[in-house]
Design a protein around this ligand. Structure first.
Ligand code: PNS
Length: 160
């Protein structure tokens, strides 16, 4: 039974994230999407809201579980006995940060590997930050997020 953990802030979960989950669930027996507290950021959605929106976006995926975690990612990896960490690589600009995290996580937990998947091209320019900016400025963002997220973001637009 091979398990991969897919961590992130997911504020909010986008079609790019969903694309990665769909790819990973074909490669692993179980995908655990792990929503981070990420105290350095000031999220639009609470931890539980972000977790719930992912649950609602992945309803038809029986081998996908969604959790929230606080503290070090490697502790969640240990607890879940995950075989690898999954992260998305959209563009070359993602690479440096991702490389640093992958190396640090492997130093913190011996044998902890990170694998990278790329979304399809139409999802490769989508980021949570860009979605929030587009929403704040009044443009249509619904094509880039799962329907539950689109509804929640429409309701929360006034806080952006
Ligand atoms: O979606 P993001 O914001 O790029 O995700 C970053 C995340 C949550 C994966 C990263 O900040 C993280 O792993 N946070 C947990 C704390 C931790 O383990 N930090 C050291 C990482 S090397």
């Amino acid at each position: 039974m091979k398990t991969v953990i897919y961590p992130g802030s997911f504020d909010p979960f986008t079609n790019g994230h969903l694309d990665l989950v769909e790819r990973a669930r074909c490669l692993f027996d179980k995908v655990v999407v792990a929503v981070a507290v990420n105290s350095g950021k000031n999220p639009l959605f609470t931890l539980e809201e972000r977790r719930q929106l992912i649950v609602e976006s992945c309803t038809d995926m029986p081998n996908v579980e969604v959790i929230a975690f606080e503290g070090l990612l490697v502790n969640a990896v240990k607890e879940l006995k995950a075989d690898a960490i999954l992260r998305g690589l959209r563009a070359f600009s993602d690479f440096e940060y991702e490389l640093q995290m992958a190396l640090m996580n492997r130093e913190l937990l011996k044998g902890c590997e990170t694998i990278f998947l790329t979304p399809q091209l139409e999802n490769s320019y989508v980021s949570s930050t860009l979605i929030k900016e587009v929403a704040r400025l009044g443009a249509d963002f619904a094509a880039h997020v799962p329907p539950p997220v689109a509804r929640a973001l429409s309701r929360r637009r006034n806080l952006l």
